[in-house]
Design a protein around this ligand. Structure first.
Ligand code: PMP
Length: 427
């Protein structure tokens, strides 16, 4: 039964555009009624009609410890008792910067912001100001938030809704964004040969998670590092999604590549609205107040948000926990694939740490945007609603990665696969 969600959705649409505050929540890609959520705990969420779902969205990535983590909740309550915002520095911000530097050593200095969008927007401004160059290179299907320069051939909701290059972005701005193919070094080399002297930075999702889940092929990230070194451009890893998720130290630890700048979000806030960017000291020192490149935020480093984030980061500093999440993620993806094979449904899967992707395709290994968008969308829709009916909540669009948390035990994974067996068997 979804009567309450249906009523809430109808009411929401009168005063909220599309009934949602972020587009991909609207179920446009899969049709039907978005579930209005009332509470969440561990691996589960509950909707307004009291249906319980195993959740593989995990707030789109932040909840690597599962929902409603007791230590995060208590830290938030304690911090809130001392006031919600001061607009003046606090010790918690120092502890946060120190913790981030410890977990991600390439981030020698760290500036806190309020979202992933702010982190990437600020990082590219910094790269441009630092190099005195205009152009940036991004990859088709990668999403870096909704700043003007980055909404060119973007992934995630922009791709799902068919507006990867949004109206409202002036052509004068978009002309400085050069888009090349993910996992294709030749396309990057070619663009650098053409105008490398005016390229401020490459920004990349080191594991792409906004065109479903596409890990880097061997040599790709290494190649980007070398090209940036050769041309004096800044290498920015957008680890908003991969940070503290594909490894404790993010994708840069998993693949052993050191970017110049890193953007973080999601897990770093423990569920609160937090982002961060940081990296090489000699670059970061160019931002205000030590340098002339401007960047600021009334609520940046907010004490309640810092408390939540620190409570999360202190708990994820745990290698055994990551091993277990990775084991469950692999078991889940392998299980889906085996079940699809059994029922004769073409499926390919990708896994990177605690991120996974399911592709309805007969391509053995999906490695780029074109392959991702050519998958069978109609089959995904039917599969999606079947899983929802069986109590499994996946991202309501096929261009999104799935997320596993430390609360997704072997038992939860087994229940998910039981549901998948029913649903894939009926396709
Ligand atoms: N970068 C990446 C890789 C993301 O996945 C996202 C959001 N999904 C963003 C940036 C933007 O973050 P936010 O939605 O917090 O602005």
């Amino acid at each position: 039964m979804t009567t309450k969600s249906e009523a809430l959705f109808a009411r929401a649409q009168k005063t909220i555009p599309g009934g949602v505050n972020s587009p991909v929540r609207a179920f446009k890609a899969v049709g039907g009624t978005p579930r209005f959520i009332t509470k969440a705990d561990g691996a589960y969420i509950w909707d307004a009609d009291d249906n319980r779902y195993i959740d593989y969205v995990q707030s789109w990535g932040p909840m690597v410890l599962g929902h409603n983590n007791a230590k995060i909740r208590e830290a938030v309550v304690t911090a809130a008792q001392n006031g919600l915002s001061f607009g003046a520095p606090t010790e918690a911000e120092i502890i946060m910067a120190e913790k981030v530097s410890q977990l991600v050593p390439s981030m020698e200095m760290v500036r806190m912001v309020n979202s992933g969008t702010e982190a990437t927007m600020s990082a590219i401004r910094l790269a441009r100001g630092f190099t005195g160059r205009n152009k940036l290179v991004k990859f088709e299907g990668c999403y870096h938030g909704h700043a003007d320069s980055l909404l060119v051939k973007a992934g995630s909701g922009a791709l799902t809704l068919g507006v990867p290059s949004s109206p409202g972005v002036p052509a004068d701005v978009a002309q400085h964004t050069l888009t090349v193919e993910y996992n294709n070094l030749e396309s990057v080399e070619a663009i650098f040969k053409e105008c490398g002297d005016d390229i401020a930075c490459i920004i990349v999702e080191p594991v792409a998670g906004n065109m479903n889940c596409i890990p880097p092929v061997p040599g790709f990230l290494e190649g980007l590092r070398k090209i940036c070194d050769d041309y004096g451009s800044v290498l920015i890893f957008d680890e908003v999604m991969t940070g503290f998720r594909v490894a404790k130290g993010g994708a840069q630890a998993r693949y052993n590549i050191k970017p110049d700048l890193t953007c973080l979000g999601k897990v770093i806030g423990g569920g609160m609205p937090v982002g961060a960017f940081g990296g090489r000291r000699d670059i970061i020192e160019h931002i205000a107040p030590t340098g002339p490149i401007y960047q600021a935020g009334t609520l940046s480093g907010n004490p309640v948000a810092m408390a939540a984030g620190l409570a999360a980061l202190n708990q994820i500093d745990n290698d055994a926990m990551y091993e277990e999440i990775f084991t469950q993620t692999q078991a889940l993806a392998d299980g889906f694939k085996a079940i699809a094979d059994k029922h004769g449904i073409p499926m390919s899967t990708n896994v990177a740490g605690s991120m996974f992707g399911l592709f309805f395709t007969d391509i053995e290994r999906v490695t780029n945007y074109q392959q991702a968008i050519n998958c069978n969308q109609e089959q995904f829709k039917v599969f999606y609603h079947g899983m929802l009916k069986e109590g499994v909540y996946l991202a309501p669009a096929s261009y999104e990665a799935g997320f596993v948390s430390s609360m997704h035990t072997a038992d939860v994974v087994a229940k998910t696969l039981e549901a998948a067996d029913k649903v894939l068997g009926s396709l």
